[in-house]
Design a protein around this ligand. Sequence first.
Ligand SMILES: CC(C)(COP(=O)(O)OP(=O)(O)OC[C@H]1O[C@@H](n2cnc3c(N)ncnc32)[C@H](O)[C@@H]1OP(=O)(O)O)[C@@H](O)C(=O)NCCC(=O)NCCS
Length: 194
Amino acid sequence: MEDLPGLYQVCLQTGDGGADATGRFSDPAWLGHRFVGPYVALEPGFSWTLEDEAGPCGYVLGTADSLRFSHRFESDWYPRVAGELDLIRRAVPTAPSDLEFEQRRWFAHRRWEFPQPMEAFPAHLHIDLLPRAQGRGYGVRMVGMLLDAMRAARVSGVHLVMHPENDRARRFYLKLGFRTHTRSREAEVLVRDL
Ligand SMILES: CC(C)(COP(=O)(O)OP(=O)(O)OC[C@H]1O[C@@H](n2cnc3c(N)ncnc32)[C@H](O)[C@@H]1OP(=O)(O)O)[C@@H](O)C(=O)NCCC(=O)NCCS
């Protein structure tokens, strides 16, 4: 059984464009229920976690078929967490931070943005490592494992969405053969053929 709360903490502590978002969210569930839980639950074959003696310190998560995943998110994942998110929303009397507001708004509509043509890049991924696990070669190895699994599943290409000001992440992905597909003020989409 995965240490889901530990992985949600990793997501929170890297959730502000790669920096720590603790204090910007009333509850780690706003990020974890979107970016971690559904992958661990629905795509265990494309999920790897990194742990040291202090506990979980990173993960790489993904899906080979983003469109199918978005449908399963709706039918199999969202109903599991909707009640909890509603309780958290009601329990926070003050105005949420911009970051939390963004996630609340996303959960209200759950609209996915896919790069076009979707058939060229049907897979997507997320990777987050805590500072103590960064700059040690784990990122390259973990993305490498995920891309190998996607190739074995005969996927044609993969995309990911990152914060456009996360320069370290962009450098990392370019080194791994990704290229920028589209870029706006809120989001940069990178793609890679497999
Ligand atoms: C972005 C992120 C995934 C990159 O992972 P990373 O493992 O830290 O990757 P980096 O490229 O920064 O570090 C690798 C560096 O570690 C160093 N290194 C040390 N030991 C190494 C080893 N055994 N093998 C390879 N590199 C090693 C090298 O200097 C290498 O850099 P180089 O390839 O330019 O020589 C990670 O920093 C992270 O999770 N950041 C916070 C969250 C985030 O921004 N996620 C992405 C959201 S889109």
